[in-house]
Design a protein. Structure first.
Length: 255
């Protein structure tokens, strides 16, 4: 299967997994135009759409793709704000598409019904987990977000993270502010800067790299606990407190 990142809007990625017969699994098509253009240029057609959550920049192109490709399967969480689904899924379920077994993980926090999908090679995290960051808590709570990030962190480390936005460079600035002595993070920042200078995506990236570099996956470590305590001006009480403090810090962070 060939993985392709299709840029959309200012910083979104729509992901396509294309098989040798020219059929594709498309993840979070917020805009139909990049999908239609890539399908025409590369001679493939969507077979299945996977949707991680209800935000329009992730689902806005579905209706146009269904009109262009009648019978297209659209797999989505059980949320009425996603109107075009042909199948609803949740935690622990599995999707079979193009010979792949795709596991569903419930990851509330950014939204209450957010899911991630993972194959034997990739994890499509939507806006739950970014490279060097995570999604804002629009609908969830710190305990929910922590549990979701811990689920993603427990997946096989060789999996390649395919998230919904190109935020790596900006996330790196905050991550370095929180965790300045992390040598792996410094290397990842330099790598990301070089990729963006060459107009290349910084994604996918291995979960193993994120476990070393992403402060939101390192809330159990002494370094992140100490940094958040210093920022809050008080000792943190537990890992939920660390994550809540870290997310609030990031929400108000300005370079």
């Amino acid at each position: 299967m060939r993985l392709t990142a299709l840029p959309a809007f200012a910083d979104n990625y729509i992901w396509a997994l294309v098989d040798s017969d020219g059929h594709a699994i498309v993840v979070d098509p917020g805009d139909a135009a990049p999908v239609l253009a890539a399908a025409a240029q590369q001679n493939w057609a969507p077979h299945t759409i996977l949707l991680t959550h209800h935000h329009d920049d992730h689902i806005g192109g579905v209706a146009a793709l269904q009109a262009r490709y009648p019978g297209l399967e659209v797999v989505a969480p059980a949320d009425p704000r996603i109107p075009h689904a042909t199948r609803r899924i949740g935690e622990g379920e599995q999707v079979q598409a193009l010979g792949l077994e795709i596991d569903v993980v419930s990851v509330p926090g950014h939204t209450r019904s957010h899911v991630a999908f993972h194959t034997a090679e990739h994890v499509f995290s939507g806006d739950s987990l970014f490279s060097l960051g995570c999604g804002r808590m629009f609908e969830g709570t710190p305990p929910q977000l922590l549990a979701s990030l811990q689920k993603l962190a427990s997946l096989p480390p060789h999996l390649l993270l395919c998230c919904g936005h190109e935020y790596t460079v900006s996330n790196a600035v905050f991550a370095r502010h929180v965790d300045p002595a992390n040598a792996a993070l410094a290397r990842r920042q330099e790598e990301a800067l070089a990729m963006r200078r060459d107009e290349r995506p910084t994604l996918p990236v291995s979960l193993a790299s994120e476990l070393e570099c992403n402060p939101f996956l390192r809330t159990h470590t002494p370094e992140i606990r100490a940094a958040v305590s210093a920022h809050l001006g008080r000792p943190v009480t537990d890992e939920v407190d660390v994550l809540a403090g870290l997310r609030g810090w990031k929400d108000g962070f300005r370079t």
